[in-house]
Design a protein around this ligand. Structure first.
Ligand code: XMP
Length: 305
C-alpha cells in the first residue's frame, strides 16, 4: 500500500514537471481513477488542465447527465461522439479488435479537441492492473495496449499507473473527493462494448444499457458488490405471449473483489435472482432468457470481452 500523503505530493510535482507550461487534455469519465487524476492535475497545473468527457454512446443509462451534474462546478467539456464510435465498431467482432478500435477512436477524438485548445499532452487514469493485463497479453485495455501507435500528443501523463484500485480509492479519500466518486463501482473505459459479445449495434447497446440499469438498481444498494452489471450473450429461443421468439440472452454478473485481479461471484438469494430475471424479460421485450454467472476470476475475467 502506498503512503497516500507522500504519493499526492510526489504526483503533483511530477505532473507539474511533465506538463511544464503546456496545456493538457484529460479524459474525465467520472469514475474514481479519472477523478483522482483530475484532482491531482488541477492542483498541479490549474487552468492548463482541460478535462473532457467523451460520450461514446456506450455509457450507462443516465451517465452523461450524472457527469454534467457532478462536475457542474468545473469547466468540463462534453463531447458527443456516439455516432463516431458506432461507425468505428461496425463489422468488428473480435474482442481485441473492438478494444483497439475503441482505444484509437478515443485518441482521435482527444487529438481533435486538443488541437482546438492548443494542447500537446494527454493525461489519463491508467492504473496498474490495466498495464499488467495489457503487457501480459491478457487483454489490451483501451488506454494501454488498445492505444494507436501513432499519436499527435507529445506526451502521455499517467499519474496513477502504479496504483491498484483500492489504493486509488484511498487517494480519493485523502483528496476529499465525494463518497459517491470514491466508492463508485468500476466501469470500463470501453463501456458497454465489452458487455456485448460480438459485433456492436445500436440495438444491442440499447438492450444491454436497459438490462444493466435494472441489475444495478436491484443489486448496488442492497449488496454493495465490488461490481455488478448485465452482459448480452447472443440469441436463443423463447416464448413471449403466444409466439416463439428468437430473443436475446442476458447474463447477470455480480462479483466481490479487492483489486479486480481476482474476484468471486456474489451469493445472491435465488428468489432475488428470479425476480431480477423476470423484471428484465418483462421490461425489455427482445430479451428471452436471463442467466446468472457463477464463475470466479480466474478462470473467467470480470468483463465479458
Ligand atoms: P477484467 O474483465 O479484466 O476486469 O477481469 C478487471 C477490472 O478492470 C475493468 N476493465 C477495464 N477498465 N478499460 C478500463 O478502464 C478496459 O479496457 C477494461 N477492461 C476491464 C473491469 O471493469 C474490472 O473492474
Amino acid at each position: 500500500m502506498v503512503n497516500t500523503e507522500k504519493f499526492i505530493i510526489k504526483s503533483i510535482a511530477e505532473i507539474k514537471t511533465a506538463a511544464g507550461d503546456d496545456k493538457v487534455v484529460m479524459a474525465l469519465s467520472g469514475g474514481v481513477d479519472s477523478s483522482v487524476c483530475a484532482a491531482l492535475a488541477a492542483r498541479a497545473i490549474g487552468d492548463n488542465l482541460i478535462p473532457i468527457y467523451i460520450d461514446t454512446g456506450l455509457m450507462r443509462k443516465g451517465e452523461t447527465e450524472r457527469i454534467r451534474t457532478l462536475f457542474s462546478h468545473i469547466h468540463l467539456q462534453i463531447v458527443d461522439a456516439g455516432d463516431e464510435f458506432l461507425t468505428s465498431l461496425k463489422g468488428i467482432c473480435d474482442p481485441e479488435d473492438k478494444r483497439k478500435a475503441i482505444g484509437e477512436r478515443f485518441i482521435r477524438v482527444f487529438e481533435r479537441e486538443a488541437k482546438k485548445q492548443g494542447a500537446k499532452c494527454l493525461l489519463q487514469g491508467t492504473i496498474y492492473p490495466d498495464r499488467i493485463e495489457s503487457e501480459g497479453g491478457i487483454k489490451s485495455h483501451h488506454n494501454v495496449g488498445g492505444m494507436p501507435l501513432h499519436m499527435e500528443f507529445t506526451k502521455v501523463i499517467e499519474p496513477i499507473c502504479d496504483l491498484y484500485k483500492d489504493e486509488v480509492r484511498e487517494v480519493a479519500g485523502a483528496l476529499g473527493l465525494p463518497r459517491e466518486i470514491q466508492h463508485r463501482m468500476p466501469f470500463p473505459g470501453p463501456g458497454l462494448a465489452v458487455r456485448v459479445l460480438g459485433e456492436i449495434t445500436k440495438e444491442k447497446v440499447d438492450i444491454i444499457r436497459e438490462a444493466n440499469w435494472i441489475v444495478e438498481d436491484e443489486l448496488v444498494e442492497k449488496y454493495q458488490p465490488w461490481q455488478c452489471f448485465a452482459a448480452l450473450l447472443g440469441l436463443g429461443t423463447g416464448v413471449k405471449g403466444d409466439n416463439r421468439i428468437h430473443g436475446w440472452i442476458v447474463a447477470i454478473r455480480a462479483v466481490n473483489s479487492r483489486d479486480g485481479m481476482t474476484a468471486d461471484p456474489l451469493d445472491i438469494p435465488f428468489e432475488h435472482l428470479v425476480k431480477i430475471g423476470s423484471r428484465i424479460t418483462a421490461d425489455i421485450p427482445r430479451v428471452a432468457r436471463v442467466v446468472y454467472d457463477i464463475t470466479a476470476k480466474p478462470p473467467a475475467t470480470i468483463e465479458y470481452e
